[in-house]
Design a protein around this ligand. Structure first.
Ligand SMILES: Nc1ncnc2c1ncn2[C@@H]1O[C@H](COP(=O)(O)OP(=O)(O)OP(=O)(O)O)[C@@H](O)[C@H]1O
Ligand SMILES: [Zn+2]
Length: 720
């Protein structure tokens, strides 16, 4: 995400005239002038033309000193002894030209032979090869030029070819960022690591004095928009060193060798500084494993990667350069990149937690007039799963909305609307839905919400709306109270049932389901498949990892890598997935059937008010008949769960003692299932705990006028 200004000196020196001279029209003009002047040369010559008879007569009368005969042009130039005066009495001077036709060539030659000339030149036809070549090539050249012009005008893919020659001009950006560490919030671990990098840059002697080698590369990895670029800039800003940035995708050109030469240039220029940071965004574009993927890999990419490695290995003591690279896909990187001496420092940059979100909001609220009643902590609470970029966007949108309304302070309402916008796109008030469609949407969203409310492991519903927004016809938002760092099997099952709630309601009420549930089904299917192939949550399949890390053959996994298990297993997986989905569908259906009165009340309230918030929802849901707990799950008959509860944490014991002291102790639920006691950081000793943020169900727009909602461009895909 390079937002720096292009500081290439060549580009600035090249002023108006430079641009004009390099423009295709100028070249076309030059070509035309050359052709014109050559072919019209005859017109500008000083000799006058006379009739063929006259010319031959002059020769026969021996009035000519010299003659030159142009064979191909069938033209003769004469130089006379005296001036020639024509029949009208006009003096035509000494130099005359005449033309002849082929049948008369013999007469002309004969006349010349007999003319006692002092000099006589036979100009052969070859003399005109240049002109004839040009007249042949010129139209072609003009066509190419026009083509070029159109291509550059369109700016489409084709222009890349033409830009090849210019590729040197915009290869990378140089910047002296003013970003500070204080501008990056909610990524404290990453900041701590990078603070060290800043020290390396600012006072390398401190480390080299002790014989330490300064690291050459830092890899920042994490989801998009979490502030990787911002962090890298902040390091440069804090250390006061220049910041060179380039994106990995810029390296991968259509011409082999360009990428490698860009790497060379980039490092050469960076090395002219005492210290510098080179930032390579999207390094996975060049840094994918070599020699894999469809067609055995990409020469250009490999050359570029090799060059990068060579340059990094080639750092000497004279300049102090640290390469910071960023990627969303650390798993596909070539291991050679991660070796010591290269990107051996790897820093994870995750989506921020509750506190982090609040601090990012504070960073972006600075300098904006915000209503005193706005509580950024509660805004942070309402935005689980948002990245730094999303939050920056929320604050910016709220300012824009406020400005549009002509107000002076950003209030709660503007921020609310901004959150919705960032989540699901702008409101579409212009869209008029038919009463029936509104009703279907109300039941659909009501179905989601009611299922969530009736299940025991689902986060509470905080908002439902049937106002169309972005690509959604309506949406339901459930929000966990706390940040969650792992998800249990029951919670996943609840999520699937919740996703099926919309479809189940349509079936139950209208007997004719709509296409509006496609996104729900997709999400539920993804969850089910992961449960079976990644989370080991199917008894039949067992705790086996079946999904391959890299299932896209084009991204370097190799064809067939997606199926590293037998066909029988694939069959079982499919069966298990289908089974999970069926069960979820059943659960949703039963909940809705058993709570029909609540569903109707909910739909009615939605049709009336369009948007329902927590308070109104709590009232409607007070009548919900909760679904009973599912049976214990165990993966095998000989692995039955124990009846003994887990031990109580010291803090729990403490709290119990206090309660016992102040009031006669009621019988405390000994199940140990009390969530409040478990610290959010607790992750069962497993470093790779999956974070599953529950997202709102957004129901894609599927009115007949629009193409059916597909998964492409769906912002709700790909773990945000
Ligand atoms: N932790 C953060 N603190 C403050 N602002 C942030 C943070 N993360 C992101 N932002 C805001 O979001 C914008 C985009 O972030 P940035 O480009 O650094 O993300 P990124 O991780 O590099 O994304 P990508 O992987 O798509 O390149 C930043 O310019 C900043 O305004
Ligand atoms: Zn839905």
């Amino acid at each position: 995400m390079a937002q720096n200004t292009n500081q290439n000196p060549d580009n600035q020196k090249k002023g108006f005239w430079g641009k004009l001279i390099s423009g295709p029209w100028f070249i076309a003009l030059v070509v035309l002038i050359v052709i014109g002047s050559i072919s019209m040369g005859g017109l500008f010559s000083s000799s006058n033309q006379v009739d063929t008879n006259v010319g031959v007569q002059l020769l026969e009368d021996k009035k000519v000193t010299s003659a030159k005969i142009y064979d191909g042009d069938q033209k003769v130039e004469l130089e006379l002894k005296d001036n020639y005066t024509n029949s009208e009495g006009r003096d035509l001077g000494k130099n005359l030209t005449f033309y002849y036709v082929e049948p008369r060539a013999n007469d002309v030659v004969q006349a010349m032979d007999n003319a006692d000339l002092e000099s006589y030149t036979d100009q052969p036809v070859e003399n005109n090869w240049f002109l004839s070549m040009l007249s042949f090539i010129a139209p072609l050249l003009i066509m190419v030029l026009i083509f070029w012009f159109l291509m550059t005008r369109m700016g489409g893919g084709g222009s890349q070819i033409m830009n090849f020659s210019k590729s040197k001009a915009k290869k990378f950006n140089k910047d002296n960022p003013t970003v500070r560490f204080a501008d990056v919030a909610g990524v404290d671990e990453a900041l701590a690591e990078l603070e060290e990098v800043r020290e390396f840059l600012a006072e390398p002697e401190k480390f080299t004095r002790l014989g330490a080698k300064i690291p050459k590369g830092v890899l920042l990895y994490g989801p998009p928009g979490t502030g990787k670029t911002l962090l890298a800039k902040a390091v440069a800003g804090e250390a006061g060193v220049p910041f060179y940035s380039i994106s990995g995708s810029d390296f991968v050109e259509m011409f082999v060798g360009v990428g490698a030469s860009r790497v060379r240039d980039l490092f050469k220029e960076a090395k002219s500084n005492k210290s510098a940071i080179i930032f390579v965004d999207e390094i996975d574009a060049v840094g994918r494993q070599r020699g894999v993927g469809m067609g055995g890999g990409n020469d250009e990419r490999e050359q570029t990667l090799n060059q990068l490695l060579v340059e990094m290995d080639g750092f000497d003591g004279t300049s102090n350069i640290i390469v910071i690279a960023a990627t969303n896909r650390p798993d596909v990187l070539d291991p050679a990149l991660l070796r010591p001496g290269r990107f051996d420092r790897q820093v994870g940059v995750d989506a921020p937690d509750l506190k982090g979100r609040q601090r990012i909001l504070e960073v972006h609220a600075a300098g904006k007039p915000i209503d005193r009643r706005v509580d950024l902590a509660s805004v942070a609470k309402r935005t689980p799963g948002f990245t730094g970029a999303d939050l920056a966007n929320v604050m910016n949108e709220s300012a824009l909305l406020t400005a549009r309304d002509g107000a002076n302070v950003i209030d709660e309402r503007a921020i609310d609307e901004a959150i919705d916008r960032v989540m699901a796109g702008p409101q579409r008030s212009s869209r008029i839905m038919s009463e029936h469609e509104r009703k279907v949407t109300a039941y659909h969203e009501g179905g989601h919400a009611l299922v969530a409310a009736a299940l025991r492991n689902s986060a509470p519903v905080t908002k439902i709306t049937i106002l169309p927004r972005g690509r959604a016809l309506g949406y339901t938002m459930v929000m966990p109270q706390d940040d969650k760092y792992s998800t249990t099997r029951h919670e996943l099952l609840d999520q699937m049932a919740y996703a099926m709630g919309g479809r189940a309601a349509e079936e139950l009420i209208f007997h004719d389901p709509s296409t509006g549930a496609s996104n729900d089904i997709q999400k539920a299917t993804d969850t089910a498949r992961k449960m079976v192939t990644e989370y080991g949550m199917s008894a039949k399949v067992g705790s086996v990892r079946l999904a391959s890390k890299e299932s896209d053959p084009f991204l370097g996994g190799g064809a067939g890598a997606g199926n590293n298990y037998s066909d029988e297993m694939a069959f079982t997986v499919d069966q298990e997935v289908a089974q999970l989905l069926e069960t979820a569908h059943d659960e949703a259906y039963e909940i809705l059937r058993d709570n029909r009165d609540v569903l109707d009340a909910l739909a009615l309230a939605l049709l009336e008010k369009e948007t329902l918030l927590e308070k109104e929802l709590a009232e409607i849901f007070s009548k919900v008949r909760k679904r009973e707990e599912r049976a214990y799950w165990y993966s095998k008959n000989n692995r039955l769960p124990s009846d003994l509860p887990p031990v109580k944490a010291p803090s729990e014991l403490e709290a119990e003692k206090e309660r016992a002291g102040s009031a006669p102790a009621g019988s405390e639920n000994a199940g140990g299932q009390d969530d409040a006691g478990s610290a959010p950081g607790e992750n069962h000793g497993d470093d790779e705990t999956e974070v599953i943020v529950q997202q709102p169900v957004i129901d894609p727009d599927t009115t007949p006028n629009d193409p059916p909602a597909t998964d492409i461009n769906n912002p709700w895909d790909g773990g945000r």
